[in-house]
Design a binder for this molecule. Structure first.
Ligand SMILES: NC(=O)c1ccc[n+]([C@@H]2O[C@H](COP(=O)([O-])OP(=O)(O)OC[C@H]3O[C@@H](n4cnc5c(N)ncnc54)[C@H](OP(=O)(O)O)[C@@H]3O)[C@@H](O)[C@H]2O)c1
Length: 427
């Protein structure tokens, strides 16, 4: 193809960013010409940062997807189901390549969409769906095929990273910083998908599937977010030489692929510990490479649209690729739950009522499960009469630690819910 004719569905941040790039393509390094033949969104009359008057309007994204003038369908509406899914399926069924930034759609339905794309021998591309402008999907899928990947870790949600960074930097509460993130446009009006860890989990599942040739199974991804993290946790962890961040992790166990998103405590020398603010980062480890880390803007109209354009530029060559980079001769793995015997050190923060023996009860509850203390900090009682205690444990089994933490939570001297966060010792 010397010219690619686009149908763009979704004219929000990313859709308008893409139109701007197409209009400025003379300054880009595309292999041929890109033309927009039609656009679609919910409202035709909405004020947008770019003019859409020159393009054919479609009320329905699926009609645009199957229009005979459209060579490539670009889905930028969002949502794991509904019109986005239907329009993508329509385009693939019509034998048209699809480019999307929709991580929810790919995480929830990537497997079925891959089967559909392959049955029609067309491309389904989603570089922008993971880490926005950071080119990680193609690097994992194509550039690192010579690496036996053992682990992928990352900071995949800029809002959560901004929250934990800014709370600690300015000693501000979670709610206060979340308000600011919404004012600055980092966080959505409804930030639930971000702070619950779900947005990062969508991206982590996609990376895990590519890295380990695993059938994507989002139901096996374990997810927790930053919505329970208090300033107290960040401050005490900092005094123990740890940074708490929302970390996405995918690794290969004997049983299959473990994929999870959760707050993790990182030693200061950890490569992800100093990734601050709204940046995204992905670190891939495995022989014979060692490790490689990609960092950059994980969201925003321009960076995300540039990733969409990168996918479009690959479609000038006519051969379709497996969306997740798989071939029939690859080992096909499955997603599994993490084994309880997996080992880690932990950061445990507890508030204890100011009674004699409280600290001893805490130590006994830990010792009963073979959890031993490496470092311990105790502050004076706060205005409620409870004294915060932060513990860094030695490496122990995750299963034992979970049981110990449940016992600690049930102690009569424990006030509120303890905070339990694994420490990533990798450096
Ligand atoms: N924003 C980012 O930084 C970023 C980064 C990476 C990936 N993404 C992904 O990119 C996609 C688009 O994100 P965005 O930030 O551009 O979203 P957005 O600003 O909310 O825009 C969504 C667009 O889709 C249209 N739309 C929504 N629901 C629709 C429906 N049911 N039928 C027809 N049109 C519909 C909207 O129409 P109206 O304008 O008429 O309301 C709007 O134009 C999402 O999948 C998102 O996860 C975004």
């Amino acid at each position: 193809m010397k010219k690619v004719r686009l149908g763009i569905a979704g004219l929000g941040h990313v859709g308008c960013g893409l139109i701007e790039l197409v209009e400025q393509q003379a300054g880009l390094r595309l292999p041929g010409e890109v033309e927009i033949v039609g656009v679609s969104a919910r409202s035709r009359s909405r004020n947008r940062p770019v003019s859409i008057g020159a393009y054919r309007w479609f009320d329905d994204a699926a009609t645009l997807a199957e229009d005979p003038d459209v060579d490539v369908f670009v889905e930028l509406m969002g949502g794991s189901d509904g019109p986005a899914k239907f329009a993508v399926e329509t385009a693939l069924n019509a034998g048209k390549p699809v480019v999307t930034a929709n991580k929810a759609l790919i995480a929830m339905h990537g497997q079925a969409l891959e089967d559909l794309a392959q049955s029609r021998d067309v491309d389904l591309m989603f570089e922008a769906a993971v880490a926005g402008g950071v080119p990680v999907v193609r690097v994992l899928r194509d550039s690192l095929t010579g690496v036996t990947i053992q682990r992928v870790t990352g900071i995949l949600n800029g809002t959560c990273n901004f929250l934990t960074t800014e709370m600690l930097r300015a000693a501000r509460s979670y709610d206060d910083v979340l308000d600011e993130a919404q004012r600055l446009g980092y966080a959505e009006a409804d930030p639930t998908l971000d702070v619950s860890g779900m947005d990062a989990a969508h991206k982590a599942a996609i990376l895990a599937s590519i890295a380990f040739t695993a059938d994507l199974d989002f139901n096996r991804v374990s997810v927790s977010g930053v919505d329970t993290i208090e300033l107290l946790d960040l401050v005490l962890a900092d005094r123990l030489g740890l940074r708490i961040k929302l970390i996405a992790e995918a690794l290969l166990s004997d049983q299959g692929v473990v994929c999870r998103v959760a707050p993790m405590a990182l030693p200061m020398h950890h490569p992800l510990a100093r990734i601050d603010g709204s940046l995204n980062t992905v670190r891939v480890e495995g022989p014979p490479l060692g490790a490689v880390t990609l960092t950059g803007p994980g969201a925003g109209a321009g960076p995300t649209a540039s990733a969409v354009m990168g996918d479009i530029s690959k479609l000038f060559s006519p051969t379709a690729r497996s969306p997740f980079g798989r071939a029939n001769h690859h080992v096909r793995r499955t997603f599994v739950d993490a084994a309880p015997t997996e080992r880690s050190a932990f950061f445990l923060r507890v508030k204890l009522s100011d009674k004699p023996g409280a600290l001893a009860s805490l130590s006994e509850a830990l010792a009963a499960q073979n959890v031993s203390v490496d470092k311990l900090l105790q502050d004076s009682a706060d205005e409620t009469g409870a004294s915060p205690v932060a513990i860094m444990t030695h490496v122990c089994s995750r299963g034992d630690m979970r049981v110990a933490a449940a016992h600690v939570a049930g102690l009569s001297c424990t006030v509120g819910s303890p905070q339990l966060i694994p420490i990533d010792s990798m450096a």
